[in-house]
Design a protein around this ligand. Structure first.
Ligand code: FES
Length: 323
């Protein structure tokens, strides 16, 4: 059977913004890596021989439309103050560092034959959106792109995206322009537009809500979530297992990471609240469940019988799980 992970090595690294760096990942044996279609991500294991961390990163691909492919995978990683994985990457991965990387997976595909495509990116969510813009250009399809960030200096690939998209692109700097008016953005789209959004959960929720207000079919919004697992106000708590053991979950880590670090067998795929594979039954909680997934319905969240342990947490001290 084909191994899910390839031995890979960092073949390039550069600074994009104060918090974002770009990494080029090449195969350890020097052969060209498989093509990653627009919207794909790879799973990367890093941090020692056992691969202490596992994270997903979208493949940006070539920065120019004239270059159909490149022999490595280009990813961009934003340093999150309270997320150990991104801090480890920024502090430790240099050219020559060894990592294990999955083949590309794609749960965020471009549709074919739509009259128009709207690409919406917030912050580091630009990574799959950049690849989609390049792909739509190559396919000569109609599209427009909207990229929001705090200010231009904090927006990775802003220059390259501008060169790629020309007047199809709107750059939105929230520091001076405030929150983007997503109702207005959707109102300006041609009939039958298919939208794709990648960014912070609040931005995705706002776009989905704006589309619902305008009567859009929910299938016309595709999204990919970043940073669902961490918020500045997160606090530490304990997870209590059925055998009575207690696993501490720090403010900057997830339940899933804490269980894995303790050597427990877990199931997970997307690690950002989309696939539902990490769903675990809740036995009890002395506080409030803080659901951060996009897998369960509001009614499921309200019932509170299960949690996605890759991103959800609690405000309280102890969460008792059926593990
Ligand atoms: S691993 Fe996919 S929802 Fe948790």
């Amino acid at each position: 059977m084909q191994d899910k992970y390839l031995d890979a090595v960092i073949v390039g690294r550069r600074h994009l913004t104060d918090r974002i760096s770009e990494f080029l990942i090449g195969a350890a044996n020097g052969v060209a890596l498989p093509l990653a279609e627009a919207g794909s991500h790879v799973e990367m294991r890093f941090g020692g021989a056992q691969g202490r961390f596992l994270r997903h990163y979208s493949v940006v691909g070539p920065l120019s439309p004239d270059q159909p492919s490149e022999p490595f995978w280009r990813i961009a990683v934003q340093r999150e103050d309270r997320a150990r994985g991104s801090a480890f990457i920024h502090d430790n991965l240099i050219v020559g560092s060894q990592v294990r990387v999955s083949r590309p997976l794609n749960a965020f595909r471009l549709s074919r034959h739509r009259p128009h495509h709207l690409l919406v990116a917030g912050g580091i969510g630009i990574t799959p959106i950049f690849a989609m813009a390049r792909s739509l250009l190559t396919r000569h399809e109609n599209f427009s792109a909207f990229y929001a960030g705090m200010d231009r200096a904090a927006m990775a690939y802003a220059d390259e995206l501008e060169a790629l998209c020309g007047n199809r692109l709107t750059l939105h700097e929230s520091r001076t322009a405030g929150l983007p008016d997503l109702d207005r953005l959707l109102a300006a789209q041609p009939q039958g537009t298919q939208a794709y959004v990648c960014g912070p959960p609040a931005m995705i929720d706002a776009l989905v809500a704006a589309a619902a207000r305008r009567g859009w079919d929910p299938a016309r919004i595709r999204f990919e979530v970043f940073n669902a697992a961490h918020k500045p106000e997160d606090t530490a708590f304990d997870v209590k297992l059925k055998d009575g053991a207690t696993i501490p979950v720090g403010a900057g880590t997830t339940i899933l990471d804490a269980l894995e670090a303790a050597g427990l067998e877990t199931f997970a795929d997307c690690r950002r609240g989309e696939c539902g594979l990490c769903t675990t039954d809740v036995i009890g909680c002395d506080g409030v469940l803080d659901h951060r997934d996009h897998f369960f319905s509001d009614a499921d969240h309200e019932a509170g019988r299960q949690v996605t342990i890759c991103c959800s947490r609690i405000t309280g001290r102890v969460l008792e799980l059926d593990i």
